[in-house]
Design a protein around this ligand. Sequence first.
Ligand code: BEZ
Length: 211
Amino acid sequence: MAIRLGDTAPDFTANTTDGEISFHSWKEGEWVILFSHPKDFTPVCTTELGYTAKLKDEFAARNAKAIAVSVDSVEDHNAWVGDIEETQGTAVNFPIIDDSTRTVADLYDMIHPNADNTLTVRSVFIIDPNNKVRLTLTYPASTGRNFDEILRVLDSLQLTDGYKVATPVNWTQGDDVIVSPALSDDEATELFSAGFTTVKPYLRTTPQPNK
Ligand code: BEZ
């Protein structure tokens, strides 16, 4: 069954390029970006894994880390990472799961048979420290993902977990945010010392509260 927002991310044990992991223990206390790619030794995937490796410090600054998965073996992953380092200029610094048994692909519904019967699509799951799924994305094999967008969503989730706000279209760190429609004007006045602007009664903006 498809995984939906708010679901508990399924736990699993898997062999990876960093050895065997038990997923929930491995991620304990952290945010995780679990993402599938269709196949090792393919061009788009090579660029995606290289770019994700470059974001390690950005993820760490958000108490987050990445883990990749495909239905290839750990031997294939280990052979491929050399190509990623050579062509993308970064060593892969996160584990890649050997899912030749399709355990993870099945648990997370990463194989979409009407797209491809055997290969995982480009899925992304952002999973929070309480193991709740907070974002799902599915991209086709022919389209490389925008991992800066994953960072942006992490920023939004972490901000909106801490404050009664939502983030508007194309929001990035430092932009104004939206006052939660659940708050009355009196409550918003109390919560947001910088005040707020009423564009419409249901659309009120305020400076990002933690900046
Ligand atoms: C790629 O990563 O380039 C790719 C993988 C599977 C199908 C199509 C493209």
